[in-house]
Design a protein around this ligand. Sequence first.
Ligand code: ADP
Ligand code: MG
Length: 327
Amino acid sequence: MRSALIYIALFTSMLTIAQQNYKRTLKLMGSRFDITVVANDETSGNAAIDKAVAEITRLEKMISSWDSTSQTAAINKNAGIQPVYVSTELFELIARALKISQLTQGAFDISYASMDKIWKFDGSMTAAPSPDAIAQSVAKVGYQNILLDKKAQTVFLKEKGMKIGFGAIGKGFAADKAKALLMADGIVGGIINASGDLNTWGTQADGSDWKVAITNPFNKSKAFSWLPVVNSAVVTSGNYEKYVSFNGKRYSHIIDPRTGYPTTGIISATIFTKDAEVADALATSVFVMGIEVGLDFVNQLKGVECILIDDKGKMYTSENIDLENEE
Ligand code: ADP
Ligand code: MG
């Protein structure tokens, strides 16, 4: 009995020594993904990463509005025509998105996507759309017109010309799903990082916490704070490459669903909470709400914290965030 115990102890310590972080960087969902797992050897590390990649690719196929064969495309094609039967997974994602719309009083709205026709954030726009075009387009936005039938498991966009898109929640959703899959597989630690939208579990191979650098977009090269992220998510909205400028004013690629105009004022919003999906959606929501309302909103939510940076480079934090080494 005694020798068996010693044997087990020795065996586990050998495993601990052998464990390493394995990391792969690749493009998925049109974004850079960094997938890191803790594993005993390269073969099992690679196998775990392959599995995460397959899962994210599968989800991308489901939620892509560009892919004309996706379930999401089918919903959009049938706007104003008929309800579309979808998988339980997609149905539930849309149901959760609608809950966030209610919670944020419409600041977050997956039906923002009809605005994609008039606002382009790839540098191709030289002038703002006409107020008429904006008014016509925003008339198609409204989460209240996304009708779910739980029994039939269908989604119906009530108005012709309506469109949904998962740009503000998809990466977080995929990170959560990939994490859950690897955890269920017995992978003891890792990070799924979708261009800064990340979820962690366990610890690094050396036993230390995963950490994220909080950087100021006005000074990208300098991390101004490191924060441990223990079995939780950190998501930043504020894609500095995606914006348009007219008449000296900079507009972000996040649209206020209530006005049809891109938001101004906030340059970066970081949310800390348990799930990356919720964090992703809330980061976008806070962008729309603005600094004052956004902070107030986050301070009312349990288990959610934020760091916001305005267009003058000023940083704001929610009540329970304690940043050290600030500059
Ligand atoms: P980032 O691209 O900076 O990570 P987000 O996660 O906030 O930022 O996603 C922004 C994307 O979400 C936009 O490119 C667009 O596809 C979509 N989107 C824009 N405005 C809204 C909104 N009000 N509600 C939901 N989705 C939005
Ligand atoms: Mg988001």
